[in-house]
Design a protein around this ligand. Structure first.
Ligand code: PLP
Length: 393
């Protein structure tokens, strides 16, 4: 970064933060440090604790570079890198709660996070109550004397309910609770949880940070109230991400803004097209005016990424299978955020406990990649022909 005195826009920051070419003979990108052992010039330095790097697990210029870009983008005190998005989720939870504590977790949460709460967190003595994603200030009635945190995900990455983080954070402040937000969908380019009152903003960097479906990584950014504890948890758990994965994440991050702009544009184009299809009962995309919380989206978000769902008219699974199995450009796969389009079919009824899922059609989630959207629409149109054909078989 050549000039820290001006506050750069996010796109500029993605291109410049975490780079110090003069430290590396002028090369644009920092070198990738492979290393477990770090040596010291003498005993005095070793005992002083003042050498910048001391042990591979505790960081390197490579991890510093990625953390520096992310901290600037998130407006965070600091960032911890984790070996997957799920480990970012569990690290954040372990940073805000311990034995005897109670946490409030949104009912639309990423399903493996729920599994952690119901399994390991419970065994460690952390109790979870799931709450309706529509709750704002009303969440106060669920707070107990031992409640420590409110865990949020906005929007939910399967059913796309948005959460009013400002309202939740206002209640959290009054009760001295911390707020955690899984911001994988929007990334800090389109929504900044810490600016809306959250204490921890986490992402599966696996998705849009990496952007190429070839690395798993998690990022946890903390504001002043959570940073110290988060850092301790990273150290105590021995979390470390390999330098090549960090480097690929840094490489992905440099182009995240242009990729997201295209994911957004194509995603909205496909979602609008789906809204007019007779096979579709409803489209769940926060950027569409038909989304029940579109006003909240318009208030808080500066953009939408490429992931959304739609619900089919009631139909047998064989119609859905006929549609999805024959798609040319949509892979059947879960981990989204890469350059390619994806589809899954899912049943939210099986996942939630605090709220009911009333739709009786099938929920199909799409990730709209960087292909030409006209090709994707043609692919889906042929898919609906197979869907309809299977109804009369
Ligand atoms: C994918 C995802 C995760 C987990 O990320 P991994 O890197 O696959 O472990 C967590 N939260 C959300 C919202 C996700 O979409």
């Amino acid at each position: 970064m050549s000039d820290d005195r001006i506050e750069p826009s996010p796109e500029t920051l993605l291109a410049h933060k975490g780079r110090h070419p003069r430290d590396h003979h002028g090369f644009v990108n920092p070198p990738v440090y492979h290393g477990s052992t770090v040596t010291f010039p003498d005993v005095a330095t070793m005992l002083s604790g003042r050498q910048r790097y001391t042990y591979g697990r505790h960081g390197s210029p490579t991890t510093d570079a990625l953390e520096e870009v992310l901290a600037a983008l998130e407006g965070a005190e600091g960032v911890v890198l984790c070996p997957s998005g799920l480990s970012a989720v569990t690290t954040a939870i372990l940073a805000v709660a311990g034995a005897g504590d109670h946490i409030l977790v949104v009912d639309s949460v990423y399903a493996p996070a729920r599994r952690f709460c119901d399994g390991m967190a419970k065994r460690l003595g952390i109790e979870t109550t799931y709450y309706d994603p529509a709750l704002g200030a009303e969440i106060e009635s669920l707070i107990r004397p031992n409640t420590r945190a409110i865990y949020t995900e906005t929007p939910g990455s399967l059913t796309f309910e948005l959460q009013d983080i400002d309202a939740l954070a206002a209640v959290a402040r009054r009760h001295n609770l911390l707020v955690v937000t899984d911001n994988t969908w929007a990334t800090p380019l389109f929504y900044k949880p810490l600016a809306h009152g959250a204490d921890i903003s986490l992402m599966a960097g696996t998705k849009y940070v990496v952007g190429h479906s070839d690395v798993l990584i998690g990022t946890v950014a903390a504001g002043p109230r959570a940073w110290k504890r988060l850092k301790e948890v990273r150290t105590d758990l021995g979390l470390s991400v390999g330098p090549d994965d960090v480097n690929l994440s840094l490489r992905g991050l440099r182009t995240m803004a242009v990729r997201l702009a295209r994911h957004q544009e194509s995603g909205i184009a496909v979602a609008r097209w789906l809204e007019d299809r007779p096979e579709v009962a409803r489209v769940l995309h926060p950027a569409l005016p038909s989304h029940p919380q579109h006003a909240l989206y318009a208030r808080d978000f500066t953009g939408a990424s490429g992931l959304f769902s739609f619900v089919t008219r009631p139909a047998p699974m064989k119609a859905v299978a006929a549609m999805l199995d024959g798609l040319a450009y949509f892979g059947l796969g879960y981990s989204w955020g890469g350059f390619e389009s994806l589809a899954i079919v899912s049943d939210p009824k099986k996942i939630r406990t605090a709220t009911a899922w009333a739709d009786d059609g099938h929920l199909i989630r799409l990730h709209i990649g960087l292909e030409n959207p006209a090709d994707l629409i043609a692919d889906l149109e042929a898919g609906f022909a197979r869907f309809n054909g299977a109804l009369t078989d």
